[in-house]
Write a protein that binds this ligand. Structure first.
Ligand code: CAA
Length: 295
């Protein structure tokens, strides 16, 4: 276990796919983790998802039984925000809504010890806006993880106007300790990855919308022609079209460049509840029957 991980006691706010992945990766590296949600049901789903993921790692021989049990024993789940008071690094991974995040940052600031770092996993909301809701803007930063968190090796460290050098150094040490490679980026919507990835994904949606090629052919083309692990429409479904739509809008609002504007089809799909893999339908059908019928 690394010294750096042992000094950070990690709080994760938000027990969804990203929050659970961040909790699992941190605990896997030896950190104690407390996951918070106001409701019990998402916490139960998070515990289940992490247990399943750990069981898979054990069955593949990536972890021993004892290591898997120890990993799970390092994670606790709570509906009490006050229980995060002992955390030295809190990572927020709730819905991509600025008002919700600002309110949470204010409450967390009141609960946490003076040296604790407060990070957001936001994809596009200005960190400076979240820092302004706290009394510790020098200890507020972005820590942007990628999905699926246990697999993807990157963390973007988002350095806001008032983030101190000491905060960046601690975040860097934490990222290294949990086995991730950190890159530093300015507090601008989209950071490095989404600023490059989103225009590409939107170009694929426009191509599909205009009937230029089928979804399958667009995806196969980029997988086999450019060596991407997933084609762009499969990746959009994987990220979630509601999440992607919110990121597009943030990018467009920030830069007013056409390449970030979400195509009309995206808006219609989100309105229709076709959110991708998580809702069972996006550019593709994920119902059990459709999945079973695929070649
Ligand atoms: N948790 C833990 N491990 C997982 C996992 C999960 N949710 N999903 C897959 N894995 C592991 C598998 O166990 C497997 O491990 P081994 O090779 O050691 O057996 C490995 O990852 C590969 O998985 P699979 O063989 O099942 O499937 P695959 O080869 O198709 O890989 C993938 C799956 C890793 C998701 C791959 O398709 C991929 O890299 N896709 C692109 C993902 C991507 O671009 N993510 C970034 C999205 S953008 C974002 O997140 C930021 C934002 O702000 C929007």
């Amino acid at each position: 276990m690394s010294d750096h991980v042992s000094i950070e006691s990690v709080g994760v706010v938000g027990a969804g796919f990203m929050g659970s992945g961040i909790a699992e990766s941190s605990a896997r590296a030896g950190a104690r983790v407390l996951v918070y949600e106001p409701q019990q049901a998402p916490l139960d789903r998070s515990r289940e998802a992490i247990s399943t993921s750990v069981a898979k790692a054990v069955s593949k021989g990536k972890l021993s039984d004892d290591e898997g049990n120890a990993l799970l024993a390092r994670i606790d789940w709570t509906t009490d925000l006050g229980a995060l008071s002992a955390s030295t690094l809190v990572i927020e991974a709730v819905v991509e809504d600025e008002d919700v995040k600002r309110e949470l940052f204010g409450r967390l600031d009141a609960v946490l010890g003076p040296d604790a770092l407060l990070a957001s996993n936001t994809s596009s909301i200005p960190i400076a806006q979240l820092a302004a809701a706290t009394s510790r803007p020098d200890r507020v930063l972005g820590l942007h993880f990628f999905s699926p968190v246990p697999v993807m090796k990157l963390v973007e460290i988002v350095v806001a106007l008032d983030t101190s050098d000491a905060t960046v150094a601690r975040a860097q040490a934490f990222a290294t300790a949990i086995g991730k490679t950190a890159v530093r980026t300015k507090d601008r919507s989209g950071f490095i990855v989404n600023m490059l990835l989103v225009p590409y994904l939107m170009a694929a949606v426009r191509m599909y919308e205009e009937g230029f090629a089928s979804a399958e052919d667009i995806d196969v083309a980029m997988q086999l022609g450019a060596g991407h692990p997933m084609g762009p429409l499969t990746l959009a479904d994987f990220i979630g079209l509601d999440v992607l739509y919110a990121v597009c809008n943030s990018l467009y609002e920030e830069f007013k460049r056409d390449e970030y504007a979400p195509p009309p089809l995206m808006k219609r799909m989100v309105a229709a509840g076709r959110l991708g893999r998580k809702s069972g339908r996006g550019f593709y059908d994920y119902s059990p029957a459709a999945v079973a019928a695929r070649p």
